[in-house]
Design a protein around this ligand. Sequence first.
Ligand SMILES: Cc1cc2nc3c(=O)[nH]c(=O)nc-3n(C[C@H](O)[C@H](O)[C@H](O)COP(=O)(O)OP(=O)(O)OC[C@H]3O[C@@H](n4cnc5c(N)ncnc54)[C@H](O)[C@@H]3O)c2cc1C
Length: 392
Amino acid sequence: MPSVAVVGGSLGGLTAALVLTDAGCDVTVLERAPATLEARGAGIAVLDEAVRWFAEKTAVDPDSLCSSTNFIRFLDARGGLVHERAHRYRFSSWNTIYRALLAQLAPERYRLGHEVAGLESSPGGVELTLTSGGRRHADLVVAADGISSATRARLLPGVTPEYSGYVAWRGTMAESELRPGTFAALSDAITYQVLPHSHILVYPIPAASGSLVPGQRLMNFVWYRNVAAGAAFDDLMTDSAGRLRSVSLPPGAVRREFVDRFRADASAQLAPVIAEAALGVAEPFVQAVFDIEVTRMALGRICLIGDAAFAVRPHAAAGTAKAAADSWELAAQLVGHNGAVEPALADWERRQLRLGRDVLVRCREIGDASQRHGTFTPGDPALILGLRGPGR
Ligand SMILES: Cc1cc2nc3c(=O)[nH]c(=O)nc-3n(C[C@H](O)[C@H](O)[C@H](O)COP(=O)(O)OP(=O)(O)OC[C@H]3O[C@@H](n4cnc5c(N)ncnc54)[C@H](O)[C@@H]3O)c2cc1C
């Protein structure tokens, strides 16, 4: 089986490393961050594929990493129930899943402070150059370097991120700080509110300590708000230090005037229980929503996985699951082709391009239904989260 360099050690890269190691590859992860990663406050809905490795290969029960809820609810602006259905979802935090994956990988396989600056693919393998000046060789490179992937830019210079026209305002607060009635209303559901050309959703995630005990967890919100491309977008994305950010503003970086406007809108527009969960967040943060569609996922002996390939809007909660699915299929193809990299990549690419395109189109339709067309409808089965289709 081939030696593999995984570029990027976030959720996609770590899952790739674990799955490919199990398949018999000799894997090293190269992560540019100098210290183990921290994503303050990001909750994620967890689809089965995202935690498949724990379920199939370890004694770690995925449920021990996730909070769960039993209902989908939609509220109106006064807090009245618009729609409710019984449906179980699992949620976690980026940090919880990252720590759990990292703990499963041999430490010498995870190299921090290793930023890849260049890649040269030849029939004999891939030569990688590091920013530090170091060089490495691998039979196969798996680029899991995320939405701003330099590998994608290098291999596919014609592919550009397409801004969707809206951003996600996000944040978490301690469940224990919610009023008892609000806690009771929100603690066992994903709770939506549809607004004109917008929607918000709220769900509980594990505490920073990993605690899953109701009342000790965090309440997470995601509010999709339209911001016109150009001057308005650049203004929002210019942080409190005056620096223009391209993709996200971390906690503490959103300028005061925007946080004040966000809070005023939350007070005026949101159902009282949802408003409480949004207003209780000390430092809301912002992630711009993009579509990135690639036409190739494998060139030579280099492949793109996760957000480095297709970055899809978050409405199916499929990002982490898609990255994991890319890795599982890659491992299967390598095994099926007895470790022969090029034929394995050719078969892998065909399948994963189809998966990426399908989920991209579906998520774009859901996002546009909400943010452009006003057709995002409470109770629409198409809104059920899932990688391969609603609920799948
Ligand atoms: C608002 C919002 C909500 C979301 N909600 C969900 C959800 O509920 N569920 C879900 O599954 N997904 C969700 N997602 C998507 C999810 O966050 C991503 O799809 C997923 O984290 C992709 O992970 P990745 O490993 O591909 O990339 P990333 O997490 O971006 O990781 C890329 C890594 O590569 C490293 N890197 C970059 N360049 C180099 C280099 N040159 N050398 C070495 N290392 C490098 C970076 O430091 C980073 O660690 C959401 C996204 C958004 C924006």
